[in-house]
Design a protein around this ligand. Structure first.
Ligand SMILES: [Zn+2]
Length: 88
């Protein structure tokens, strides 16, 4: 993909308009729909961790320092890669 831009905060591929899908408040966190997707077998736990990690890096004030280190690892493991996002 040409001109693909990556979010500098979480490593997600940005939308064409330049917004990051993970830069949303807690009530819109993209991980909220993951539990049902995992129950349906459409998402692995590892994929879910990446979604949680990316979102958490945009909402650092909600996380402890210890949690953030883990979230950074999850996000870094999939830097610049596309992940599945499910809608509620
Ligand atoms: Zn981001």
């Amino acid at each position: 993909m040409l001109n693909m831009k990556i979010c500098e905060i979480c490593g997600s591929i940005l939308e064409e308009c330049g917004t990051c899908l993970f830069n949303v408040p807690e009530d819109k966190a993209p991980c909220l729909a993951d539990y049902e997707a995992m129950a349906r077998g459409e998402m692995s736990h590892a994929e879910h961790q990446i979604v949680v990690g990316r979102w958490a890096l945009h909402n650092t004030e909600l996380q402890s320092q210890k949690t953030l280190i883990k979230m950074r690892e999850f996000a870094d493991s999939a830097w610049g890669k596309k992940v599945k996002i499910f809608k509620m």
